[in-house]
Design a protein around this ligand. Structure first.
Ligand SMILES: [Zn+2]
Length: 937
């Protein structure tokens, strides 16, 4: 333990040397670990502050374990476990049960493990555990669904096929060592799995699924005793085959005295340089965290950093670095650099500088202050940060239970008890040119091969001459190892305030130009806070140029702030400067000690940012490419965007924005920034461990720095939405450049009221699972299938979305239409008990309370600024739910979807390779003209 940094929370640190977790006095959680007789490792966490219960099972088998002639099998088996067990044979059972109790589930297959997870409201926890545990006891693997589900895995691959990250991951794996499992194709498709049999699934399952290879985590408000008894009851019959751990060759990359370069021609106009290094096992070094120290120093963005140097040269936009374990036998380190056009031309210099910076890291040795800072932040976070709840936390904990000694589960991320230089040096020792695979992903690179599964064009070359340059190191005056971080909190302690609930923010200022809310936290008692500003501008300012310039302006401000603000981020202070149609959003949140200092710094850069011409041209170039790349993004994203063009009074497409961005100069954006704040309306909230005087200072600082003149709120631009007539069907069809079609439909349900919100919630939840089961599991239309309610301002809608690689948009449209016309039956066939449970779950979801100051602040901000500070809004919805009749829900649903009364917007996007065979038409000739003829409110 370090003596150098003394904190006020030293009282807590006293327990640090033992294995006891550091806890906040309000943290009432309790944990326990158990190993069942079948060898299953269990971690239980009981916490009265949880809103939901969650569980996860991590199994030590993954894509690396696929048989050579069955690539994708581990992933396919993951899908199949959801589709029926002996005790619960119905394919729908598990998901419907979870939906009824306000929950949902997921799973993923990684290299060396597969994880299954769900979350549910506490009342449904035991029943969910019963259904879930059967996955690992008696899955059915029915022939019917084995044959069908292959299509879902294939759709998943179709979706990934045009994704540059997946492509790059796949192509790099081709250059793993001969015979190493890293070379395998992990996800699978029809070609590798099309003729799979039930027997093969059973064989693989028996060969790899065994209780002694599993870790389980249960998180709930239920007591540890209750959870332990459920665990024994439901998980004890998982068979233990006493399997050995899967072992892998620790070197996935051969050492070679040459420069190895893969060049990939991407789908989108991206420009990335990735350097990959093979590492020995590091998972067991979790008390030293050498990978995190490596990533911290190389990925630093402050003064003297590698990124600062690359930016100064005009070569890079971004950089991230990290090192960690891929399996318990080996790991990897990687450096990812977002290049500029110049950077692409000079990519060898970029690599050279990177390797030389790493040489500096080697010669400067192990950095005690970096280790201490990481350790201090970890201790602070263990006490004061929100650890969250639900299935993602469960996932992490189950993985820890499977991968680490049980006594450290729950603390793996916080432990820094071993300051050993040899561990850090071990990593640096492997970051050498002979252990490196370089990848350049950019348009126009030379390629001469095509990867089989993704059809990605690539090339591979070896360059001995450049290798010789790389091994001769060079020193740079600009390079520095990060200096001690001034933002690390030094006085963090539990605020001295009474614990109270239901304390609402009050209005501190309400006059022309400003509305300020202030609230002190009495609920979490953390030394943290949130400053949130929405800066709105006069209506007459809104036009295409304003919109595009504001986008580039926000990026310039962030770039200008980057070097100075980076240490603040490392010290647990987050901030963002974003723009949207309705204005500029500024948020600062984290340890309050330095929050005001950072806030003032941000304002300074907002009114007068300072970046070089080369930094500006890199930003502009990225903006232009992002606009162009939009036509190549996932079909469902493009389709939803088109939908918003119909719905919003002002919305500019990427096609019209592109030339404006292309023509912008640094001087343009500078003068945009200078005049931007002349007239504003400011909505602000200051919340957390602050005083009233801090809140007032937030406003006075803003006014002082910007010299703004206030306007009335109704003079500021705000988005208005399409007024739909009743009945009305608006359809929009378009052609995409990608290989998936998309069907997207929105029905207007009605205007906001407690009763309407209540009904909308019930309808949304009731339809979700049946729609998914029919469209995805039974009809296998595509991988992305969903239905959900949403609102735009005061109107509520019901949406349906299907992305399909196999079926064209009009075909999917007809199939969805058929399903939607029968939705009344879902309620007709629903037993009263299920209906009542559905309502109960919706109530419990609304009763969920935020888990941290920033979550609370976000919720309050939404209520204040979007919903007229109606703090009792959720309670009113709950009251309406309590009075809900099935009859009236069905009548609203019918009125919403019936062709006679519906108010509907239907967007059909056709894949490049799909025909519009039914002749589905757009309801108007010219979008702009049509919008002019419509009412937006
Ligand atoms: Zn999958």
């Amino acid at each position: 333990m370090t003596k150098k940094i003394i904190f006020v929370f030293a009282v807590f640190l006293a327990s640090c040397t033992s294995n006891k977790a550091l806890k906040h006095p309000l943290d009432k959680s309790k944990s326990k670990t158990v190993v069942l007789e079948n060898g299953l490792k269990v971690y239980l966490l009981s916490d009265p502050s949880f809103n939901v219960s969650a569980a996860s099972v991590s199994v030590e088998v993954g894509s690396l374990d696929n048989p050579d002639d069955r690539q994708g099998l581990a992933h396919f088996l993951e899908h199949m476990l959801f589709l029926g067990t002996e005790k619960y044979p119905d394919v729908d059972e598990y998901s419907s049960y979870l939906k009824t109790y306000g929950g949902y589930s997921n799973a993923y297959t990684a290299s060396d493990h597969t994880n299954y997870q769900f979350q549910v409201l506490p009342d449904g926890f035991e029943g969910a555990l019963d259904r879930f545990s059967q996955f690992f006891i008696s899955p059915l693997f029915t022939e019917e669904y084995t044959a069908r589900e292959v299509n879902a895995v294939n759709s998943e691959h179709q979706k990934n096929k045009l994704n540059d990250n997946w492509r790059q991951f796949r192509v790099s794996s081709l250059f793993a060592k001969e015979g190493h499992p890293e070379r395998k194709f992990g996800t699978g498709n029809l070609e590798t799995l099309g003729d799979i049999t039930r027997e093969e699934l059973i064989r693989f399952y028996k060969q790899h699924y065994s209780a002694n290879r599993m870790g389980v985590a249960l998180l709930s408000t239920h007591t540890l005793e209750e959870m332990e008894s459920w665990c024994r009851q439901y998980f004890s019959s998982i068979k233990n085959h006493n399997l050995d751990r899967n072992k892998y060759d620790p070197n996935f990359l051969e050492k070679k005295e040459t420069f190895r370069l893969i060049q990939i021609d991407p789908v989108k106009d991206v420009r990335n340089l990735n350097l990959l290094f093979s590492l020995p096992a590091t998972r067991h070094l979790y008390k030293s965290k050498p990978g995190r120290q490596f990533g911290f120093i190389l990925g630093y963005e402050g003064k003297g950093s590698l990124l600062s140097y690359l930016k100064q040269k005009g070569w890079a936009l971004s950089l991230s670095a990290g090192a960690g374990s891929e399996t318990s036998d080996y790991g990897n380190a990687s450096v990812r650099i977002g290049l500029t056009e110049e950077g692409q031309k000079n990519y060898k210099d970029v690599i050279k500088a990177t390797m030389d910076y790493i040489e500096l890291m080697r010669s400067e040795g192990h950095q005690k202050h970096v280790f201490d800072e990481l350790k201090s932040m970890a201790s602070l976070n263990e006490i004061y940060a929100s650890k969250g709840e639900g299935m993602w936390r469960a996932t992490q904990l189950a993985n820890e239970a499977m991968m680490y000694p049980l006594e450290d589960v729950g603390r793996v991320n916080y432990l820094y008890s071993d300051f050993s230089s040899d561990r850090y040096n071990l990593i640096l020792d492997h970051i050498r040119p002979n252990n490196m695979l370089a990848m350049l992903i950019a348009k126009g690179v030379e390629t001469n091969k095509k990867e089989h599964f993704y059809e990605a064009p690539y090339s591979y070359t070896e360059d001995d001459a450049f290798y010789k340059e790389l091994i001769v190191t060079q020193t740079y005056e600009d390079f520095l190892i990060p200096e001690p971080n001034p933002f690390i909190p030094k006085e963090a302690s539990v605020p001295n305030r009474a614990f109270k609930e239901d304390v609402y923010p009050e209005v501190l200022k309400d006059k022309k130009g400003v509305k300020l809310y202030f609230g002190q936290d009495h609920e979490f008692l953390r030394p943290k806070g949130v400053i949130g500003l929405k800066i709105m501008f006069p209506k007459e300012k809104m036009n295409l140029t304003h919109r595009v310039h504001s986008k580039i302006y926000a990026k310039c401000v962030n770039e200008s702030l980057n070097e100075i603000s980076y240490p603040a981020k490392q010290a647990g202070l987050n901030f963002s400067v974003k723009e949207g149609y309705e204005g500029i959003y500024l948020d600062v949140n984290g340890y309050k000690e330095s929050a005001m200092v950072l806030y003032e710094l941000i304002l300074k850069h907002m009114v007068d940012f300072s970046i070089s011409e080369s930094q500006f041209s890199a930003i502009k170039d990225k903006t232009v490419r992002d606009y162009k790349n939009f036509a190549l993004s996932d079909a469902y994203q493009q389709t939803r965007e088109v939908g918003m063009e119909l719905f919003m009074n002002v919305k500019y497409s990427w096609e019209e924005s592109l030339p404006v961005a292309d023509a912008a100069s640094l001087a343009d954006i500078k003068s945009f920034g200078e005049s931007l704040y002349a007239n504003t309306f400011l909505e602000a909230m200051v919340y957390g461990d602050f005083e009233k005087s801090d809140a007032k200072k937030v406003i006075s600082l803003f006014q002082e720095k910007t010299n703004t003149v206030g306007i009335e709120k109704n003079e500021a631009f705000n988005v208005e939405y399409l007024k739909l007539r009743q009945p009305e069907t608006i359809q929009y069809t378009n052609k995409l450049l990608v290989n998936n079609s998309c069907f997207y439909r929105e029905y207007l349900i009605g205007k906001d009221s407690p009763d309407l919100r209540a009904k909308t919630k019930v309808i949304g939840t009731a339809l979700q699972q049946p729609f998914f089961t029919e469209m995805r599991t039974n009809q296998q239309l595509g991988y992305i299938v969903g239905s959900y309610p949403n609102n735009k301002d005061k109107n509520y809608y019901l949406s349906f979305l299907i992305q399909s690689g196999e079926y064209s948009a009009d075909d999917v449209n007809q199939r969805a239409e058929k399903f939607i016309s029968t939705t009344q039956q879902i309620f007709d066939e629903m037993q009263d008990e299920t209906f009542n449970q559905l309502i109960k779950s919706e109530i419990e979801k609304l009763e969920k309370s935020p888990m941290s100051i920033s979550e609370r602040a976000m919720k309050l901000k939404n209520i204040i600024f979007e919903n007229d500070a109606d703090y009792l809004r959720d309670q009113k919805t709950i009251d309406a739910l309590n009075n809900l009749q099935k009859k009236s829900v069905v009548s609203l649903l019918n009125q919403t979807v019936s062709p006679k009364t519906r108010r509907m917007v239907n967007v059909l996007s056709f894949a490049e390779n799909h025909e519009n065979t039914t002749g589905a038409k757009t309801s108007f000739d010219d979008l702009a003209k049509w919008k002019n003829s419509r009412v937006y409110e």
